[in-house]
Design a protein around this ligand. Sequence first.
Ligand SMILES: O=C(O)c1ccccc1N[C@@H]1O[C@H](COP(=O)(O)O)[C@@H](O)[C@H]1O
Length: 240
Amino acid sequence: MAKLELLPAVDVRDGQAVRLVHGESGTETSYGSPLQAALAWQRSGAEWLHLVDLDAAFGTGDNRELIAEVAKAMDIKVELSGGIRDDASLAAALATGCTRVNLGTAALETPEWVARVIAEHGDKIAVGLDVRGTTLRGRGWTRDGGDLYETLARLDKEGCARYVVTDIAKDGTLQGPNLELLRNVCAATDRPVVASGGVSSLDDLRAIAELVPLGVEGSIVGKALYAKAFTLEEALEATS
Ligand SMILES: O=C(O)c1ccccc1N[C@@H]1O[C@H](COP(=O)(O)O)[C@@H](O)[C@H]1O
């Protein structure tokens, strides 16, 4: 089995590490200090951290200083997302030393800007394709933003290096990943895909790892780790 990269998630809302259900504001379960959570994943052997400023994604403020503190404290690779929508927020995100950023809303609302930053920054830019069915959602997943496959074709043409694909219906539910969606996205693009949403067990991770030959490169893991469905050490062992 080819290795699947694992990206434990630290989503930050109001200064706390939280998990949401279906990405809905108000469904937060809090898990304390984001820095302590990130350091714990690093100590457990993570090679990546998926770090999200949820307030910036929802437009309810931001946790920019705290996010920068966490990113800078990491010795591992960091994928940063949430509220990166213009030159200033992109510059602030890249200044944290993160390995790459993940753009969501901007890819739906300001495609010219996204095409420009893809051309400027190459594989430091990934696009988050957050979908309900095949409809993309932006602004904290509260607004429709067009068709998944049309947007994917446009971003492919613009040279987008990588996609982070989240099935919103699965996110935070521990109901298993949407393997069909991942297969369909891999069939539609030759760029690497990072899976997100629904992972509940080591078997789910093994099932995603089966898709590595199709183009799935990694998987974000959130709720399952916080709910202690398995340890990160077990997950790394199962997918290496
Ligand atoms: O990760 C979540 O649970 C989440 C829930 C609701 C909204 C966004 C969420 N996550 C990340 O936010 C970025 C999108 O931010 P933006 O649209 O660019 O401001 C997306 O990539 C998700 O990783």
